[in-house]
Design a binder for this molecule. Structure first.
Ligand code: HEM
Length: 430
């Protein structure tokens, strides 16, 4: 029997309490790469890991020995058995069927969708800037990314649904900040709406280019069977949630960091001003914005929206030389991995240049992973990066955002890492 990792003197439900991040920062400083916490409510230990080799083992080389862990039950109420929450054969089948829809060739075809949403934002911000009114950036980013992902999923039917229901039925996702059972109930009522849409699409047989259409045409590679209606609904609602808050939070932090670092902002402006001001640039064009990408990478390093991954062992495993029993919860706090002082110089400093190709080789591959890694890494990574690049490309060329320090900058580390209070920004025309 191998030794057990150091144990925190504190006993609490790590990963599930509101102050988990604060406590994890302290526990990491005290214990380093691996420790365990006894959770009285579960009568078991939860293990917390920060070493890139262990992270690689859990997510990649020994991933078969892990299922998703803590916190997933709450998410399941919302998302049923969609890609984020499913396991084993169901997950493998679904991922295999859905992977092609997230290929670069498909993603670049959402240029119009993303471009139009940003154009509308620009018009609105122009108006606010003229009147000297600050924007609630946090709400704006939430609405923008929701609009984009809903258009990508439902295409023109989004208008139809909004008209029939006298408003965007999915707004509950941004308007209600609480992530409690009441929210879950309202969210699940969207199920009926989506079922109605699927039914209508089956009847009308019109061509569409959106995720509903793609998912409806997907076929299992062995049986040739389509997804059941229940499965379609779960996958659609999963994309709504997974594809919106994370990107919104990434952009919210990116703008905040830019507003605090005028040199980085000036470099970003120089790069953006040198390319054409297109509404719908292609994915390859956006990927050529090297510094803009570094800014995004650095924002996602400091504030990874999915800040805590959780897994559970199937069989016992050995991490950092310590025995981890079967059925144990293992937490991977990306927030701390991304600030590990062994791999990052001045880890708390915003320094986008650290992502320049010449510096990339200085750290292990598994020290940075805002989109996770291995078979269950984010399926929407390319979509999210394209969306963030297009947004900065379009907006930062026309506006500087100046932070209005009306509230302290505090972290709210729940499922996503958000700012506790909305950020307000004064818009300066460039
Ligand atoms: C900046 C934006 C985003 C970030 C930081 C992010 C991060 C992540 C992370 C860390 C995971 C892994 C979770 C885990 O293993 O426990 C994940 C999974 C996932 N993400 Fe994203 N995501 C983003 C945007 C998106 C978008 C735009 C979509 C869809 C349009 C999306 C759809 C998904 C789905 C479906 C999964 C589950 C994949 C699976 O288990 O097979 N995400 N994401």
């Amino acid at each position: 029997m191998q030794a057990q990792p150091p144990e925190a003197t504190l006993q609490f439900d790590i990963g599930s309490t509101d102050d988990s991040l604060e406590r994890m920062i302290e526990l990491f400083a005290e214990h380093g790469d691996i420790y365990r916490v006894y959770v009285p409510a579960r009568q078991s230990h939860t293990y917390v890991i920060h070493h890139p080799d262990d992270v690689k083992r859990v997510l990649v080389s020994n991933h078969r020995n892990y299922t998703k862990g803590l916190g997933l039950d709450r998410v399941k109420i919302l998302l049923g058995k969609g890609l984020m929450t499913s396991e084993a054969e169901l997950w493998t089948r679904q991922r295999y069927m859905m992977q092609p829809f997230f290929h670069r060739r498909v993603i670049t075809q959402f240029a119009e969708v993303i471009g139009t949403a940003n154009s509308q934002l620009l018009t609105r911000w122009d108006d606010l800037a003229r009147r000297g009114e600050p924007v609630n950036l946090t709400d704006e980013m939430s609405s923008l990314t929701l609009e984009i992902v809903l258009r990508a999923i439902f295409g023109h039917d989004l208008e139809r649904m909004s008209q029939e229901l006298g408003g965007n039925p999915f707004e509950v996702v941004t308007k209600e900040q609480g992530r409690n059972l009441q929210f879950a109930f309202k969210f699940r009522s969207l199920t009926k709406l989506v079922a109605g849409l699927i039914e209508r699409r089956r009847r009308e047989k019109q061509e569409h280019f959106d995720y509903v259409a793609m998912l409806m045409t997907a076929r299992d590679k062995d049986s040739g069977a389509p997804m059941s209606e229940r499965q379609l609904i779960d996958e659609i609602l999963t994309l709504v949630v997974a594809g919106h808050e994370t990107t919104a939070s990434g952009l919210n932090w990116t703008w905040y960091l830019l507003s605090q670092h005028p040199e980085a902002e000036a470099r970003l402006h120089a790069e953006l001003d040198a390319v054409p001001d297109e509404t719908a640039p292609s994915l390859p064009e956006m990927e050529r914005l090297a510094y803009t990408q570094q800014v995004i990478n650095e924002a996602l390093r400091l504030y990874p929206p999915g800040w805590l991954l959780s897994r559970r062992t199937v069989q016992p495993d050995v991490l950092s030389g310590y025995e981890i029993p079967a059925g144990a919860n293992v937490l991977l706090p990306l927030y701390l991995l991304h600030r590990h002082p062994r791999y990052w110089q001045d880890p708390d400093t915003f320094f986008p240049e650290r992502f320049a190709p010449e510096h990339e080789a200085q750290r292990p591959r598994f020290a940075y992973m805002p989109f996770a890694a291995g078979p269950r890494h984010c399926i929407g990574e390319t979509f999210a990066l394209y969306e963030m690049l297009m947004h900065l490309h379009r907006i930062a060329r026309h506006f500087r955002l100046v932070h209005v320090p009306d509230k302290p900058i505090e972290l709210e580390a729940q499922i996503n890492l958000r700012t506790r209070y909305p950020l307000h920004m004064r818009l300066e025309r460039r």
